[in-house]
Design a protein around this ligand. Structure first.
Ligand SMILES: [Zn+2]
Length: 274
């Protein structure tokens, strides 16, 4: 059975994301009592959850399998959380986290108060993006960590509570990296291009599917150098820095989604910049 497992999963040690049991964070939950040889079927808030074998991780010996669970920014720290794997319940607690607030002035008023036609366009695009986030694939190589997709200072952190022209909007669901117009954007890990679009808010956008419910999103690009279905290797060029969509200047908005939940991209980066 071990041979089967190592054929199915990469023999290399898995670099797990940093654990943060907070809204917008990632919980690492050993699946004690589940000794099945096949990948357990785990669910949290009605989304399928990534499960990895513990054999090459720091969790080796504690359980055979480990669930890697994305926690929504909207999750309430007062409420008990429940994950279910192979029909067995795994309750867990999360802690509250205070994210900073930011007040922005957006000149293009249509991006603050879109008219009904624009709202309809945005709804259609949301469905397209949501289906890319929900997609479940099981590639042979498991992806559990990333490299930074662009070179530049972080201009806006994940989780920031935002106000556009003093009106509250959804918190920032990704990490912004400021870089010059036309600078390269690379794939954060091996993956398949699962969505390509020119969206109302996000501008020119690519979504990469890394398998097991893990996706990355690249927004506001000036040029897209890939097409739907392309298989990319980590570090491969996928487009260039731009300022398309709702932006105040050229940057990459980089989003990470796990079990259809937008989580802090920096938890997946081993070498954090100062
Ligand atoms: Zn952003």
């Amino acid at each position: 059975m071990l041979i089967v497992a190592s054929l199915f999963f990469s023999a290399q040690a898995l670099a797990l994301p940093e654990e943060s049991r907070t809204p917008g964070g990632v919980a690492l939950i050993p699946l004690q009592g589940i000794d099945a040889d096949r990948l357990p079927n785990a669910w949290y808030k009605s989304h399928r959850v990534m499960v990895v074998p513990t054999e090459d991780t720091r969790f080796a010996g504690t359980a055979k399998w480990l669930a890697v669970v994305g926690i929504p920014l909207k999750a309430d720290s007062g409420e008990p959380q429940l994950m279910v794997a192979n029909g067995k319940e795994f309750p867990f607690q999360i802690e509250g986290k205070e994210y900073k607030a930011q007040y922005l002035t957006v000149k293009n008023k249509k991006h603050v108060d879109p008219d009904p036609e624009q709202v309809a366009r945005w709804r259609k695009e949301s469905v397209e993006m949501a289906s890319a986030f929900k997609n479940w694939q099981e590639p042979n190589k498991m992806v559990t960590n990333f490299i930074l997709p662009a070179d530049g200072p972080f201009s806006s952190p994940f989780g920031l509570k935002r106000f556009f022209n003093k009106k509250p909007r959804n918190p920032h669901s990704g990490l912004d990296i400021a870089a010059p117009l036309g600078a390269p954007i690379i794939a954060a890990a091996d993956g398949v291009v699962s969505a390509v679009g020119d969206y109302f808010f996000n501008g020119k956008t690519v979504i990469l599917d890394h398998g097991h419910g893990l996706t990355t999103m690249y927004c506001h690009m000036s040029d897209i150098d890939v097409k739907l279905g392309d298989q990319l290797k980590q570090g491969e060029l996928l487009g260039k820095i731009g300022k398309t969509g709702r932006v105040t200047g050229p940057h990459l908005h980089w989003g990470v989604s796990l079990n259809n939940t937008r989580v802090d991209p920096l938890l997946f980066i081993e070498e954090k910049k100062p």
